[in-house]
Design a protein around this ligand. Structure first.
Ligand code: PRT
Ligand code: MG
Length: 211
């Protein structure tokens, strides 16, 4: 049995065509079902639905043989014990620093003031500002980072931006790009060794599909 870990929403939606290219189909939509284990047309392949930030953990500890995770999640967690053979080019976005409209970010940085930064991506933010020599106080949040500068919780946020409409709707502007993000195929190396016969064709089909 091969177990593939995915998160629902954009990663599931954008991985489906790749699974199809590997001849794997599921009739269940995780957005409509409460099932956490989805069968496929292949009796020896199943999908599990977990939180996006839990995908690397499932694959690392063998709860899944492979999975799809954003580079944001892998950078933040370190990606230890994972083989990352493929950039799938899906769920693209950018990791950005954003501030309130009118906040003079360049000036604040130049003056060497301690910047208050709210983010879910504490490790990524810490490394980014350290590499620039900017002193920051990091405030860990679990979501809706865009709110923090509006209520004075933070001067800046570090968050993902794709269309930019969330920033715009909250009168925030992106002032710096930290990284270009896309999703990666992640594989448990021990599983690959033991189940190569079933797994390799899936990896090959994914590689072919993403060109
Ligand atoms: O939602 P949950 O807390 O369960 O977890 P999650 O947010 O980590 O999962 P999910 O499914 O929302 O995102 C999974 C992966 O999709 C992320 O790890 C990224 O690699 C990728 N991705 C691509 C994005 C976005 N684009 C994105 N725009 N993840 C989140 N966003 C959010 C962003 O945080 C912000 O709140 O969308 C908002 C901005 O979108 P725009 O279009 O308004 O700019
Ligand atoms: Mg989300």
């Amino acid at each position: 049995m091969i177990t593939i870990a995915l998160s629902k929403g954009r990663i599931f939606d954008e991985t489906l065509p790749l699974l199809n290219a590997a001849g794997i189909r599921t009739s269940e939509d995780p957005d409509k079902s409460r099932k956490l284990i989805l069968g496929t047309n292949k009796p020896d392949v199943r999908l599990i639905i977990v939180r996006a930030s839990d995908v690397p953990t499932y694959v690392q500890y063998g709860g899944a043989d492979m999975g799809v995770a954003g580079k944001d999640v892998l950078d933040e967690q370190g990606g230890q014990g994972l083989y990352q053979p493929l950039d799938l080019g899906i769920a693209r976005c950018r990791m950005m620093v954003a501030v309130r409209e009118g906040f003079d970010y360049a000036k604040a940085v130049k003056q060497g003031a301690r910047l208050k930064v709210a983010t879910k991506y504490v490790q990524t933010a810490r490394e980014h500002f350290a590499s620039k020599g900017v002193h920051v106080d990091l405030i860990k949040l679990y979501g809706s980072m865009e709110l923090a500068p509006l209520v004075g919780l933070a001067d800046a946020i570090v968050d993902l931006v794709s269309t930019g409409s969330t920033l715009k709707a909250n009168h925030l502007v992106a002032v710096e790009e930290i990284a270009q993000i896309s999703s990666r195929l992640i594989v448990n190396p021990v599983a690959l060794k033991l189940k190569r016969k079933t797994m390799q064709p899936i990896l090959d089909a994914f590689a072919k599909a993403v060109g």
